[in-house]
Every structure is written in structure tokens, then in C-alpha cells.
Design a protein around this ligand. Structure first.
Ligand SMILES: CSCC[C@H](NC=O)C(=O)N[C@@H](CO)C(=O)O
Length: 731
């Protein structure tokens, strides 16, 4: 049969290079309203973008500003103001509320040593540059999304951030004190600060727990405050010893600090993609150091945001343990009455109007309407990502985007009702749009204005397909659930050509593939493949019942849903059933390896990135052991001991159980530093396949973790995947 797939490595890398140029939006800030000399009102919009630089082998961050003239209800005129500028060395940055100043936490390498500085900029002057490393009040500043923050006090006199607790310098018992042992730089700093550094003996090899995948050097966060005038940093006291603070902000009138505190006893569990860790909102008073718990303490909370009138805090809440990502509750704490209300509760099944619940672990940095009555949330609703408007007094939810073109809408910020969003779809890279929030109670549609357009890929066709599992595969505990898949295919297919198909189950398993710009899928599609991305039952965005239907049924329900979707699509006749491949990462790799074990004749090639191969062997080494038990159908507690019956079930539900049936050639891509699914999982599969003489190739990426997202690993991984597919599908 004729094929129209690109197979030449030169052509494939050229295409990858071309499509990897499209940047993604990572942040936007709206500046203050300025009135021009002609009376027109405008605001500057600052945006940050990220782009792969294949030559330099790194993701580069750059900014671009736009000017938006408006009349508080609609955009009158807009356009870019100036060109892009690359941002280097900035770990965190934030404009002051008035817009008069800017704070930056910068990392700079001085004479071979990394130093961190806190800078204050005003007009065109860097007015302060405080060497935080030399101050030695704390360890490294946290720049991550989990704990990190940089927040101006309402008075603009203080800055709040999170850093690692100071550790005494550990020395050997046999360290002899010699002047050479002290670096010149240390000495200079010590002299400047007028003190010698305190040391401790016997602590050099003490193990410090960390917060797992992507948070490896983060163990004991502390809240830090800079008094700008006095250039004085203090570490806040009063946070309980068994709590790790993060996501902090200033309380109304700057009387103290509100933060999320995670319990870290008896030990820390991985936090990345795991908003189900016991945590609470806290308030620590600046004067007395008294700490008050503001939420129940029996749930998991995240992303608190103070209303513009400083009266209420909105935040997300879900259950502790259980599925890692679930349908969240949107809660509100009233600062003055001290009462908490549930604004939007967990949604079990999608409602008639299409609302399927809130699935998010981070609200955008600003998410309140100007009147402090409404909240904007962008989150998956099935295979779309929509912008939802929530009335806090009634809990009513309306979608601002469900009638707009399908795709993915992500809120970057909202300030004085001016929304800044990123929109993309599988055939359109991210574009930047702005629009005013309709007035309270109005049914008006948002008039979106494009500030930065992007290049639609006319050769890519995509659609969302819906599937109802056959009766024998219905879940008796959660009956009547259906699921979706996203199908991408080349627009122009020559007469008589049947397309090869790559099936992709997502990871999680409680995550989802929404219709946004996906680099590798778009390159594969432009090469001539069709790609089927399946949101099997258990995915988020379809109601809490769908999520709860999967634990205990992994390896069967997810696997059968994917197979059902593939077979249904093949029945349409447009695809070549002799040229079907499967590719997935993490839990998606688990599903992929199950598929080639349970349907040994069906798939002609398989790719698995950091796959879960054996739940029983993984529980002792992953940063999220609770995941293994929960997905195998058991409750987790930190004091549970190994139980042979549980281990047997974990083994029975794992892909390794079916390995003897496998015939499909497998490409494994593993990250040496993966804490989530340690690479030994992939090695376990590799050895089994080798012993069975099944073709297997293993790519090992040093300095990479679970996502394999460093630019060289990602691009090398992509090329190897593409060539593995063309080779084993005989294209
Ligand atoms: C013990 S690893 C569990 C699988 C992992 N879940 C959460 O981290 C996973 O599938 N991760 C997805 C992202 O959700 C991935 O694609 O890496």
C-alpha cells in the first residue's frame, strides 16, 4: 500500500526545528491605568514566553510588552510596544502594586560561585541589590510553583518570599582548621558581615528528606521578609515545626502573612502533580508570631488568592490521598467573619449545561473580578480547556469560552476586569488575547482582541471523538460513563492511502489531554501519521465519578477503553490496521506496555517514556508510594507495612505480568534522575524483553527527571521515536 509518511531523518529534524520555534506564554501582568495627554486611557501588558533554543540546548525565556487603549469596558486600540528581550538569571520578579517599583530575585555566577541577589528597581535605577547568599539568613530562594512566591506588602515597604531553612555548615570530625580551607570569597563575605560562619561536626552525611520529583533540593521551607528601607532580611517565626510553608501572601493591612502549610510528618511525600497532600491555610501574625489555622486541617488545600477589596480568600480544596488529581472544591474564607463557605462543590457527573467541575491545582496569580464578587478559573471541561466564571455569592458557573472556537483557553491574569489569555489548538500554536469581563449578570459574549497571533497549521486536521464503552465494559460501581479521544490527522490524504496510526494514552492516570498545541503530535501529524490521544475513563474533566471509576481497575478499564477507541476508529477505514503503534509516558507508558502484552498481534511498535512497569517493585522507590496502593485499589496510610496480598494485586495489575506475550518492538526512554518512576522500572522491562528476544532499545538521559523535558532529551527523544515508528511500521 502506498505511504505518504516522511522517513528521511534530515527532513524530520527540519520539520521539528520549524515547529519547535513556536513559543508558549508563561505569564502576563497588566500595568496601572495611565491617562494620555489626549484623555485616552491605556495600560501596558507585560508578557513572558518560553521557547526551545535547539542551538543553545536550552529553553529561553523572553518578554514582550503591549499597549492596550481601552474605555474600561472594551479595547479601543492595541499593539506591541517594542521588540522581545531575553530574560537571563531572573528566578522571580514582581512589580509593586502601584507599578512604581520592581523586585527581582536573580542568580548570578561570580568567580565560579552561584549567588542570589534581591534587587529593587525604581524608574531606570537599580536602587538595591542585596546579596542574599552573603547574608546567610537562609538557604536558596524557592523559585518553584509549589512553594515559591515573591510578594510586595500592600504598603510597598516589604517583600515576602520562601527559601530553604539555613543549615549550619557541616564539617568532618577530622577537619583541621587551616586558613586554606576557607575560600577567599567566603573570607571576604565573613569579614564584611563581621562574623565567622558557625559549623557543626558529624552532620555531613545526614539525610535530608525532600519533596520529591522536581523539588529535590527542597526540604524545609521558611518564610522570609525583606525590609526594603533597612535592607534587612528576617525569617518569620511562629510557623509550627511540623509544617512546611509556601504560596504565601500578605494579610489585609499587612498585619501578617497567610500561607499554605503542608504537614511533613511522619515523612514527606512527592508534591508534584499531587495536590492531595494534607495541608491547610494558616495565618502568622507579624508582631506576636502567633500562628492560626484557617482551614480544617483534614483536607488538602492550594492556591489561595486574596480579593481586591482584601475581604475574602478563595482557594482550592480536595481530599487527602486517594486519586492524586481530583475534582476540586472552590472554597472561600471571609477574613472578617472568619467563616468558610464552599462556593463550588465537587461535581460527580457533568451537568446538563456542560459544567463538569473544577480541575486545577493552581488558580492564575490574579483571578478576581474588580468588584471582588467573581472568580475566573481556566480548567479542562472534557477535552477542552475553558474559562469559567464563578459568582462567589451564588456559586453559579458559566463558561466564557464554550461557544468560542474549540481549543484551549488559559487565563494568564485578570486586572480591573481586563483578562489576558493564551489560546491554542492542535493546529494553532499559542496566541495572546485580551478581553473585558462582561458586567455582572450580563449575557454578553467576550470580545477577544488578538495581541499576538500565531501561524495556523493548515495541514493538520483535528476532532474530538466520543465513545461509549460496550455494556460488558461498563463499570458496575460507576455505570454509564463515557470518554473522549482527540484525533489528529494530515489534512490532505492521497487517493488510496491509508494512514498509519499512533495511539497515545496520557499519564496520571488522573490527567487529561486537552485540545491545545502539542509539539510532538503536530510534527508526527505533519510527517504523515494520524494520532489518537485517548482520555480513558479515570481522566480529569469528566466529573469525579469518572476519576473514582479507575483506582482498582488500572490495567483493565484504561487499557480496554484505549483498545475500544482504537478499534472503533479503525472501523472507519481511513487508517491502516497493519500500521498501528502505541506511545505513552509514565502511567501512559503503563497502559502502552499493557496494550502490547494484552493485544500482542495488534501494535507494530511501542514507545514508553519512564513507564510504570511493576507497581509492587515501585512502591519502595517512588516519591509517591501512596499512588501505587491507591491505583491498585487499596487505601494508603503512612504506617502501612508490606502485605503479600497487596503486593500480589499490585503485581497482577502491572504490565510486567503480561510481558511473556509481548512481540512488539519497544523503545524505552528513561530519565536518570526520575524520582517519580525510577528508571529501574524501565530496566526491569528491558531485561525481560531482552530475555524474551523481543527487539528493545533503551535511551538513557542523564540530568533528566520524569518529564524528559530538557531541550536535548526532548528533541533527541522525538527523533528516536519518529524513526522507531517509521522503521517498525515499515514505512
Ligand atoms: C508513581 S508514578 C505515577 C504516574 C505519574 N503520575 C503522577 O505523577 C504520571 O503518569 N505522570 C504523568 C503526568 O501526570 C506524566 O506524563 O509524566
Amino acid at each position: 500500500m502506498e505511504s505518504q509518511v516522511m522517513t528521511n531523518p534530515e527532513d524530520i529534524s527540519k520539520l521539528y526545528r520549524e515547529l519547535s520555534l513556536f513559543p508558549s506564554l508563561t505569564r502576563a501582568d497588566v500595568g496601572p491605568v495611565i491617562t494620555s495627554q489626549y484623555g485616552g486611557k491605556y495600560s501596558n501588558i507585560y508578557t513572558e514566553w518560553s521557547q526551545r533554543d535547539l542551538e543553545r540546548n536550552e529553553n529561553v525565556k523572553f518578554c514582550r510588552q503591549y499597549i492596550v487603549f481601552h474605555d474600561d469596558k472594551s479595547v479601543v486600540y492595541s499593539g506591541p510596544s517594542g521588540n522581545c528581550t531575553e530574560i537571563k538569571g531572573e528566578l522571580l520578579s514582581k512589580d509593586s502594586p502601584s507599578g512604581d517599583m520592581k523586585a527581582v530575585v536573580r542568580e548570578s555566577n561570580i568567580k565560579g560561585e552561584d549567588k542570589q541577589f534581591l534587587e529593587i528597581w525604581s524608574k531606570n535605577i537599580k536602587v538595591k541589590s542585596i546579596n542574599l547568599t552573603a547574608l546567610k539568613k537562609h538557604g536558596k530562594v524557592y523559585e518553584d510553583d509549589q512553594f515559591g512566591c515573591l510578594v510586595w506588602s500592600h504598603s510597598e515597604t516589604h517583600l515576602l518570599y520562601v527559601a530553604e531553612r539555613k543549615r549550619l555548615k557541616a564539617e568532618s570530625f577530622f577537619q583541621s582548621v587551616s586558613p586554606e580551607s576557607c575560600s577567599l570569597a567566603d573570607e571576604e563575605e565573613g569579614v564584611k558581615m563581621g562574623k565567622e560562619e558557625e559549623t557543626t561536626k558529624g552532620e555531613q552525611f545526614v539525610f535530608y528528606e525532600d519533596w520529591g520529583e522536581t523539588l529535590v533540593s527542597k526540604s524545609s521551607p521558611v518564610l522570609c521578609v525583606l525590609d526594603i528601607e533597612g535592607s534587612n532580611v528576617s525569617v518569620l517565626e511562629g510557623v509550627p515545626d511540623n509544617i512546611s510553608p509556601g504560596q504565601a501572601f500578605w494579610a489585609p493591612s499587612d498585619t501578617g502573612v497567610v500561607f499554605v502549610g503542608w504537614w511533613h510528618e511522619p515523612f514527606r511525600l512527592g508534591l508534584k502533580y499531587s495536590p492531595n497532600r494534607r495541608s491547610s491555610l494558616f495565618y502568622v501574625d507579624l508582631t506576636g508570631g502567633q500562628c492560626e489555622q484557617l482551614s480544617s486541617g483534614s483536607s488538602a488545600v492550594c492556591s489561595p488568592k486574596l480579593s481586591p477589596d482584601q475581604c475574602r480568600i478563595i482557594y482550592l480544596e480536595c481530599a487527602v490521598y486517594g486519586p492524586h488529581q481530583q475534582c476540586s472544591r472552590l472554597c472561600m474564607y471571609d477574613w472578617y467573619t472568619k467563616r468558610t463557605s464552599v462556593v463550588v462543590d465537587v461535581v460527580k457527573r457533568p451537568r446538563e449545561d456542560g459544567f463538569a467541575g473544577i480541575y486545577s491545582s493552581s488558580l492564575s496569580p490574579l483571578c478576581w473580578s474588580a468588584d471582588s464578587q467573581r472568580i475566573l478559573v481556566s480548567c479542562p471541561q472534557g477535552s477542552r480547556k475553558d474559562l469559567l466564571l464563578v459568582e462567589t455569592t451564588t456559586g453559579s458557573v458559566t463558561s466564557l469560552t464554550s461557544k468560542s472556537p474549540g481549543g484551549s483557553w488559559s487565563l494568564l491574569t485578570i486586572e480591573r476586569n481586563l483578562m489576558v489569555v493564551s489560546w491554542s489548538s492542535p493546529n494553532c500554536p499559542p496566541s495572546l488575547r485580551v478581553g473585558f469581563l462582561p458586567l455582572c449578570g450580563s449575557r454578553e459574549e467576550v470580545d477577544w482582541v488578538v495581541l499576538e497571533d500565531s501561524q495556523t497549521q493548515p495541514d493538520i486536521d483535528w476532532q474530538i471523538l466520543n465513545f461509549t464503552p460496550p455494556p460488558e465494559q461498563d463499570n458496575s460501581q460507576y455505570p454509564g460513563l463515557d470518554f473522549d479521544a482527540l484525533l489528529l490527522k494530515p489534512k490532505d490524504v492521497k487517493e488510496g492511502v491509508k494512514l498509519p496510526l499512533i495511539v497515545t494514552p496520557h499519564g496520571g492516570p488522573h490527567s487529561v489531554i486537552v485540545a491545545d498545541w502539542l509539539l510532538s503530535s503536530s510534527v508526527l501529524c505533519r510527517m504523515g501519521f494520524a494520532i489518537l490521544l485517548v482520555n480513558y475513563r479515570g481522566s480529569i474533566g469528566y466529573g469525579q465519578d469518572s476519576i473514582l471509576s479507575l483506582p482498582g481497575n488500572v490495567g483493565t478499564q484504561d487499557v480496554k477503553d484505549v483498545q475500544f477507541a482504537v478499534e472503533s476508529v479503525l472501523r472507519g477505514g481511513a487508517f491502516d490496521e497493519q500500521k498501528v503503534a502505541v506511545a505513552g509516558g509514565s502511567h501512559g507508558g503503563f497502559v502502552a506496555c499493557h496494550l502490547i502484552g494484552q493485544y500482542p498481534e495488534f501494535y507494530k511498535a511501542c514507545v514508553a517514556r519512564n513507564p510504570v512497569i511493576n507497581l509492587a517493585s515501585m512502591i519502595g522507590s517512588t516519591d509517591i508510594p501512596d499512588w501505587c496502593m491507591v491505583e491498585a485499589g487499596y487505601n494508603y496510610s503512612t504506617d502501612c507495612l508490606p502485605d503479600p496480598a497487596v503486593w500480589e494485586q499490585m503485581l497482577n495489575k502491572s504490565p510486567i505480568k503480561h510481558v511473556k506475550q509481548v512481540k512488539t518492538p519497544v523503545l524505552l526512554t528513561l530519565g536518570e534522575d526520575d524520582k517519580r518512576v525510577p528508571p529501574k522500572q524501565g530496566i526491569e522491562y528491558y531485561r525481560a524483553l531482552k530475555a524474551l528476544q523481543v527487539p528493545v532499545r533503551l535511551l538513557w538521559y542523564p540530568e533528566n527527571n520524569h518529564s524528559l523535558s530538557k531541550v536535548d532529551a526532548e528533541s533527541d527523544g522525538f527523533m528516536n521515536i519518529a524513526l522507531w515508528m517509521t522503521q517498525h511500521l515499515s514505512l
